[in-house]
Design a binder for this molecule. Structure first.
Ligand code: FPP
Ligand code: MG
Length: 384
């Protein structure tokens, strides 16, 4: 496995704890691992089958790596229909809203990762029926979180269309999100694997806490990269990390495969959100399907701003007042572009994408593993 001094320490303590009654503590320590990794110096990965590629921001993946969505397309296509079938309800408005949401063109990034993780863990065998169901559950949780998030963020648009709460109002949007969560919970219980239920329930807990950290932080915390990274793990990466781990569990794979896929999802998820935050500065509204430069307008300081803060300390007070003055966002936008903030965000995203790729070294080579590797490039290159 990959060896990092701090991570190894965290892991050892976590393993010890996991043997005793303090399992929750062990889980929390495991979740600290991404932060420890961030501060530690990489040491050569000694895995025999480490994928031999170098991942560079903005560089095309080797043409030998397959299109991840194409590899699982035969399982992704029916998922479009089944998602809509699965969210039918006795109330026509709930059904309409839930189905409307799944008709919008999403990337289906999360189900793709789950299907590929399931397959890569099994040396390239396609995901089994329970793993396909897990992929659906993952997309339902994601959709629920977006319905709620758009209410919280007062967003006008989502996936290139009017946000659900803009069409149906907040009450219906919140209830539709709750309904998706409820339906996902029923489907999850039917998988009849208590450990998988615990993992996905933990995801919900993490996501709510991550969103809360974003909405209600102490002014000083807003300046801390640690706080930002911890929030990022919870809000975005936990779903990918723990659903990849759950895919391994449902395939009956050993702990080292579960851990590797968890690490893969965690690092890919953090890279994904870092790129999201980077795109907020450099992307266009048309390609993003939502307004660009919206984070600062919402009072949020993301990685580019936190890195720029090191060069321009005057950003600190602006971050603490959550960009409350009219000219704040424009001023910080200028300072960010004069600073190394965007480049350092790219670098950090790249470091996490590399860690995700390294985690795959535990798995036997297969087309699905190559597709997961390709996602480590794609996550850095995405424009939307
Ligand atoms: C998008 O973030 C939102 C999330 C990644 C998760 C939001 C989590 C909650 C609303 C907590 C409730 C959770 C559940 C499971 C119901 P963003 O606002 O940075 O991205 P955006 O620009 O796409 O909106
Ligand atoms: Mg939002």
């Amino acid at each position: 496995s990959t060896l990092f001094p701090y991570t190894t320490l965290f892991r050892s303590v976590a393993i010890l704890l996991s043997r005793g009654p303090l399992r929750r503590g062990a889980a929390a320590l495991q979740r600290c691992a991404p932060l420890a990794r961030f501060y530690s110096t990489p040491v050569q990965n000694d895995a025999q089958q480490k994928p031999a590629v170098s991942i560079v921001f903005g560089q095309e993946p080797p043409s030998s790596l397959p299109d991840p969505f194409a590899v699982v397309s035969s399982q992704l296509r029916p998922l479009e229909t089944s998602l809509k079938d699965l969210v039918g309800s006795e109330h026509p408005v709930l059904t309409r809203v839930a189905q409307h949401f799944f008709e919008l063109v999403g990337k289906r990034f999360r189900p793709t990762i789950v299907l590929l993780a399931a397959s890569a863990a099994a040396g390239g065998e396609p995901a089994n029926a329970r793993q396909v169901r897990l992929a659906e559950i993952t997309e339902m949780i994601h959709a629920a979180s977006l319905l709620h998030d758009d209410v919280i963020d007062l967003a006008d648009t989502r996936r290139g269309a009017k946000a659900v709460h803009k069409i149906y109002g907040n009450k219906v949007a919140v209830l539709a999100g709750d309904f998706l969560l409820a339906r996902a919970s029923v489907l999850l219980a039917r998988l009849q694997d208590i450990k998988v239920v615990e993992l996905l329930a933990t995801v919900l807990e993490e996501m709510v806490q991550g969103e809360m950290m974003q909405v209600k932080a102490m002014p000083e915390e807003l300046l801390e990269l640690d706080h930002y990274l911890s929030k990022t793990y919870r809000k975005t990466a936990a779903l990918m990390a723990l659903s990849c781990e759950a895919a391994a569990l449902l395939g009956g794979h050993p702990p080292e495969v579960q851990a590797a896929l968890q690490a893969y999802g965690r690092h890919l998820g953090i890279a994904y959100q870092l790129v999201d935050d980077h795109l907020d500065f450099v992307g266009s509204a048309a390609s993003l399907g939502k307004p660009a430069l919206s984070d600062m307008d919402q009072g949020l300081a993301t990685a580019p701003v936190l890195f720029a803060l090191e060069e321009f300390p005057q950003i600190g007070d602006i971050v603490k007042r959550r960009f409350g003055d009219e000219s704040d966002a424009a001023l910080v936008g200028d300072l960010v572009s004069q600073s190394d903030g965007l480049r350092r965000t790219q670098e950090l995203a790249t470091a996490h994408a590399r860690k995700a790729a390294e985690a795959l070294g535990v798995l036997a080579p297969s087309t699905a593993r190559d597709a997961l590797l390709r996602l480590c490039f794609d996550v850095l290159n995405r424009q939307a």
